[in-house]
Design a binder for this molecule. Structure first.
Ligand SMILES: [Zn+2]
Length: 237
């Protein structure tokens, strides 16, 4: 389990750096401070621990390091360890770990900037198709789903970003159809409830909502409860 925790932390900080970068330069960028661009010591690169040790500040210039680093690392580690404690309802470990590794950094980034970098979607698409060996690629159903998603986008253009549509389009191709439907429903159920709750506290009405955190929440809910949903759906009452 300790190996999985270390893996989770390393993957999280690596992929989050990749999410933020617009080119391959992330390979060198991660090892520099965002504000003073001093090279970081090896000990400053240890996930979670280095953040806590330096109290969220750069060890050179003492400027604040974004809490997002810590957030991405902690959530990723938790989701990496969770299948060891709670068995997955949809038992595809590789796909699960791929989606955790990419969607958690993407969710935090989207929450922060309302942007979804295209290179991350490409990465998810390529790795997803490779890992599932095109098993869940159903030309007619997926094509129809993608068309419906685009109609949905045209109807709610000001509410939903095109990146979100692209993300859903990828998910439908790399997961079984009923898995995708559950994910989609849960995204909007969890998202809807959260927005209603947030609206109660915000003075101004929320106009733009980062969707990826809710897609991630919907997706991982589906991963754990998939078998139960299938039972209810096909088992009747
Ligand atoms: Zn610095």
């Amino acid at each position: 389990m300790s190996l999985i925790i270390v893996m989770g932390g390393l993957v999280a900080s690596f992929i989050y750096a990749l999410t933020q970068s617009d080119s391959i330069s992330f390979l060198t960028r991660r090892s520099r401070c965002d504000s003073c661009s001093n090279h970081l010591k090896v000990t400053d690169l240890i996930p979670v621990i280095s953040y806590l040790k330096n109290r969220g500040r750069c060890s050179h210039c003492h400027s604040r390091v974004s809490i997002n680093y810590l957030l991405v690392e902690v959530i990723t580690i938790m989701l990496f360890v969770m299948p060891l404690i709670v068995p997955l309802g949809y038992d595809n470990m590789l796909l699960y770990y791929l989606l955790v590794s990419i969607l958690i950094p993407l969710a935090v980034y989207d929450f922060d900037t309302l942007l979804i970098p295209t290179h991350m979607l490409v990465l998810l698409f390529v790795c997803g198709l490779y890992l599932t060996k095109l098993e869940h690629m159903d030309i007619s159903i997926d094509f129809l789903t993608v068309i419906i998603l685009h109609i949905f986008y045209m109807l709610f253009k000001d509410k939903i970003g095109y990146g979100d549509i692209q993300l859903f389009s990828i998910l439908t191709m790399i997961t079984p159809f009923d898995f995708f439907i559950f994910t989609f429903l849960f995204t909007y159920i969890i998202g809807g409830i959260s927005v209603i709750i947030l609206d109660l506290f915000e003075a101004s009405r929320i106009t733009k909502v980062p969707l990826v955190p809710f897609v991630a929440a919907g997706l991982f809910t589906t991963f754990y409860l998939y078998a139960d949903f299938i039972d209810i759906y096909y088992g009747g009452f």
